[in-house]
Ligand binder design. Structure first.
Ligand code: ATP
Ligand code: MG
Length: 336
């Protein structure tokens, strides 16, 4: 069976005043039905641009340079890159078959409509349903995400809700059309820590009822541990490691992944001295790099790393883009 979503060799560029920024530089991954794929990596590595490309929301000065986004939609498997970004089919997919929860809900919600009207509108657009029925479904959805007094909240505008309640409303809106794929781009980063935990619990609960797949984006490996089945680690527009979540935590292969694990405050519990930041900074996406983009920061760098870009290699399940692992020597790593 083919996966629900298969991204192959995706490249997304932006034209900037410093030249062409290769924000997404040949990314491939797939998501099976019913599974959650976590995407991690430092700020600017291309996580949001990848997810926006899937929904065909990359606007000028950005463009999809090449690649395929094969989505097994309700009717057929199609390459989303080939569809007109604002055509009928893409509009039906956005919200109806692939829904997204954005990092900052204020930018995704329309400030001039009540959250109730926006939810009803989404249902009517994608599931052509009588207004009264849509309203009933929407109120029930608000109640199911733990919004107290949902009837009353229904009539409120986005700015009248707290951050946590807005995020819950976004989740209800994203889930209401029963999408096959839910993209959650840092769904809790804008929230304070206690609300964050509640929203993550809620997403895990929803996940049990929802038999679709989730693409879960975060820079927090602790969150990945609790949410994902499989993980891809991104660095400077590329996937540098991909593995089932347990393998990634037990035997991380790429030096960048190891660095991320050692620097994750949510993993190094109660022992802050053990936290180690990864030295150096991520090269700009406009900079041309000959070999591995992590080489300048890597403690294990070898001459060939500065010459050639290592391919993502390894077994079916666990792969890394690093010459240390190209010969498949299994190195035991004393994990955090
Ligand atoms: N509109 C734009 N114009 C120019 N460059 C852009 C634009 N949008 C994104 N980029 C660049 O693309 C790269 C990837 O950005 P992206 O937003 O995907 O990062 P991210 O991994 O989501 O980071 P974060 O964790 O901070 O959300 C960055 O270098 C960013 O500067
Ligand atoms: Mg982002």
């Amino acid at each position: 069976m083919s996966p629900l979503l298969e991204v192959r060799g995706l490249r997304v560029n932006f034209l900037t005043d410093r030249g062409i920024a290769r924000a997404v530089d040949g990314v491939s991954f797939s998501i099976e039905s019913g599974r959650t794929l976590g995407v991690v990596g430092e700020s600017g590595c291309g996580k949001s641009v990848t997810s926006r490309a899937i929904l065909r929301l990359v606007d000028p000065p950005g463009w999809i340079e090449s690649g395929e986004i094969l989505f097994a939609g309700r009717e057929r498997r199609e390459d989303l890159v080939k569809l007109p970004a604002n055509g009928r089919r893409m509009r039906a997919i956005r919200g109806g078959e692939i829904a997204m929860i954005f990092q900052e809900p204020m930018t995704a919600l329309n400030p001039v409509f009540t959250i109730g009207d926006q939810t009803v509108e989404a249902l009517r657009l994608h599931r052509s349903m009588p207004a009264a029925e849509a309203r009933e479904r929407a109120v029930a959805a608000f109640a199911s995400v733990g919004i107290p007094a949902p009837e009353q909240r229904f009539r409120e505008y986005p700015h009248q809700l707290s951050g946590g309640m807005r995020q819950r409303a976004m989740i209800a809106m994203a889930m209401i059309c029963n999408p096959q794929l839910l993209i959650a781009d840092e769904p809790t980063t804008a929230l304070d820590v206690t609300i964050q935990a509640q929203v993550l619990d809620l997403m895990n609960e929803m996940r049990q009822q929802f038999d679709g797949s989730i693409l879960f984006i975060t820079h927090d490996l602790g969150v990945i541990a609790g949410m994902a089945d499989d993980v891809i680690v991104m660095y400077r527009g590329k996937v540098v490691e991909s593995a089932p979540v347990r393998d990634l935590f037990r035997q991380p292969r790429h030096p960048y992944t190891r660095g991320l694990l050692r620097s994750a405050p949510s993993l190094v519990k109660g022992n802050r001295e053990k936290l180690e930041a990864i030295e150096g900074t991520v090269p700009q996406p406009t900079e041309h790099i000959r070999g591995c983009a992590f080489a300048p920061r890597c403690a294990h760098v070898m001459p060939r790393c500065r010459e050639t870009v290592p391919a993502l290699a390894g077994g079916e399940q666990h792969r890394a883009a690093c010459f240390l692992h190209h010969d498949e020597t299994e190195e035991m790593y004393d994990a955090v």
